[in-house]
Design a protein around this ligand. Structure first.
Ligand SMILES: NC(=O)C1=CN([C@@H]2O[C@H](COP(=O)(O)OP(=O)(O)OC[C@H]3O[C@@H](n4cnc5c(N)ncnc54)[C@H](O)[C@@H]3O)[C@@H](O)[C@H]2O)C=CC1
Ligand SMILES: O=C(O)C1=N[C@H](C(=O)O)C[C@H](O)C1
Length: 278
């Protein structure tokens, strides 16, 4: 890198990636290392992980990149302008508090957060921007808007079901995306998802509740992420579908969110805000 490039790169937002060895963590760190718009200034993993203390590039099987994987979240996050976080709920809530203290942007892709976790994120967002979405891809965020519109156009005689498929390692169900789609369908019907949601079915369930929104989850192999919103009427069905075939779509969305957030004040944002499709 020339002296000029070196000086210019110092002005780029510094990003810390949490869960650096994970499926999304590796995708994100590679994307940022190759980016001309941001710098990777830290890579975090959980205490005891085999990558701690190693150069990230070498740990990923490539050339050294000069970023040492660390479990010291306090000092790493203190140097960040943005933290991109695809980990697990307990870790994300802890990172939110540190990121808020650093007044940095927290981009959260982690799914499976419960009401208590969301309340703690809302508290952290009083001090710095949090951008959170169960799916950071352009396609899914467009599908959310379509789902809301179709649900609003159709009456309760059209049953709504959300079906999703993911790889065998996924730990939460329904997926964050399925919940986003279910929320959009409920909004389209002028209701809250909590009032319409049908839990996973098994046994003698009885007939379907009119107006309810059902969820089904398939887990297997290396499926990146597939979502169908089915509107089933008498004699016809509409199926809105998104197929993810490459995790890069989520990483690109997360980096875009981190950059978009740089001039935003404290508060909670989502990908519709980032993409301007709210
Ligand atoms: N919003 C979106 O667009 C997407 C969201 N996700 C979500 O992101 C999360 C992670 O997904 P994957 O990368 O597939 O999982 P993964 O299991 O491959 O990676 C998670 C990583 O987080 C690390 N981790 C856990 N606790 C930690 C801590 N306290 N400190 C630092 N690192 C910690 C783990 O060691 C692991 O390396 C899941 O909740 C998933 O649903 C995944 C893809 C897209
Ligand atoms: O765990 C995953 O892999 C994914 N998680 C997100 C979700 O829960 O919807 C997004 C994407 O579907 C991949």
């Amino acid at each position: 890198m020339s002296d000029f490039e070196q000086a210019a790169s110092g002005a780029l937002p510094g990003i810390v990636v949490t869960g650096a060895s994970g499926r999304m963590g590796q995708m994100l760190t590679r994307l940022i290392l190759d980016s001309r718009e941001a710098r990777l200034v830290g890579a975090l993993e959980r205490t005891g992980h085999g990558w701690i203390g190693r150069d990230l590039g070498e740990a990923m099987g490539g050339q050294p990149c000069g970023v040492i994987v660390s479990d010291d979240a306090v000092s790493m996050i203190a140097r960040a302008q943005a933290v991109i976080d695809f980990t697990a709920p307990a870790a994300t809530v802890a990172f939110a508090e540190l990121t808020a203290q650093a007044r940095a942007v927290h981009v959260i892709g982690t799914t499976g957060l419960d009401a208590g976790d969301l309340a703690r994120l809302a508290a952290a967002a009083r001090h710095a921007p949090i951008i959170r979405a169960g799916n950071m891809s352009l396609g899914v965020n467009l599908l959310v808007g379509l789902t809301r519109k179709v649900a609003a156009a159709l009456g309760e005689e059209w049953d709504i079901e959300v079906v999703e498929a993911h790889h065998r390692m996924k730990v939460d169900a329904p997926s964050g995306t399925a919940l986003m789609l279910g929320e959009a369908a409920a909004e389209g019907r002028g209701a809250a998802l909590a009032d319409l949601r049908t839990p996973a079915r098994e046994g003698i369930t009885g007939a379907r509740q009119p107006g309810s929104i059902g969820f089904s989850a398939i887990r297997g192999g290396d499926v990146v992420g597939e979502h169908d919103v089915i509107f089933a009427g008498q004699g016809e069905r509409i199926v809105l579908r998104h197929l993810a075939t490459d995790r890069a779509i989520f990483a690109r969305g997360a980096l875009r969110a981190a950059l978009w957030g740089q001039d935003k004040g404290p508060g909670e944002y989502d990908m519709a805000d980032v993409l301007g499709i709210g």
